[in-house]
Design a protein around this ligand. Structure first.
Ligand SMILES: C[S@@+](CC[C@H](N)C(=O)[O-])C[C@H]1O[C@@H](n2cnc3c(N)ncnc32)[C@H](O)[C@@H]1O
Length: 191
């Protein structure tokens, strides 16, 4: 009962429990975020999208390291975006409530798109990746990273990343790379 409540918060944080959970996720996932971002050169004078941001700590971290880029964070949860807007302000940073499966952005808009600890929650992973592909610029990069243990739980058909590689390739992504470290899994694609 308690476990299912906590797992539901992970998919869609709400209310006071959601706010607490988002702070706990910061502690748990931020080291993974830093590790993942170490694989890419953060675009300067560009556009960056962070998907499924929770309270926006990762988005703010990205915006600090790319102060000449415009950084946008999105999340399907109102509670998340309210917290993200309250906690993180910077001239180059904005947050919106929206679903990764229906992004309100034009085609070929972003240089880098990141998604930390969220892709296994999307209703349709394929649809989310298709939308990411649509709004990504040519030569743009995508980072998806998560704890492997969550894949075992939420996406057991993709424990070794083969499913992700197959659908990403079908959508049109190229240069698919995977890295593992401790319990973390990282995918990198290019358009
Ligand atoms: C476990 S939290 C991770 C938050 C943050 N990325 C972090 O690392 O702390 C997963 C987040 O994904 C969001 N999410 C789930 N499905 C989504 C979707 N279809 N579109 C956008 N965000 C989504 C949830 O609302 C939640 O805030």
């Amino acid at each position: 009962m308690l476990l299912s409540k906590l797992l539901a918060q992970s998919q869609h944080p709400e209310g006071w429990l959601g706010k607490i959970m988002m702070k706990l996720w910061n502690r748990a996932y931020f080291p993974m975020v830093k590790w993942s971002l170490g694989f890419v050169r953060t675009p300067q004078n560009g556009t960056i999208l962070d998907v499924g941001v929770g309270n926006g700590l990762t988005t703010k971290y990205i915006s600090d390291s790319a102060s000449s880029s415009l950084v946008t964070g999105i999340d399907i949860s109102e509670t998340a975006i309210t917290a993200a807007r309250k906690k993180n302000t910077a001239d180059n940073l904005s947050f919106f409530v929206t679903d990764v499966e229906d992004l309100p952005f034009p085609n070929h808009n972003f240089d880098l798109i990141t998604a930390f600890q969220t892709h296994f929650h999307w209703n349709s992973y394929v649809r989310g990746l298709e939308e990411i592909y649509r709004v990504l610029k040519y030569n743009g990069q995508v980072i998806i990273a998560c704890e492997k243990v969550k894949l075992n739980y939420f996406m057991s058909g993709d424990k070794n990343g083969e499913y992700t590689k197959r659908i990403a390739k079908n959508i049109g992504f190229t240069k698919l790379n995977t890295h593992y470290y401790q319990g973390w899994l990282y995918y990198h694609f290019t358009k």
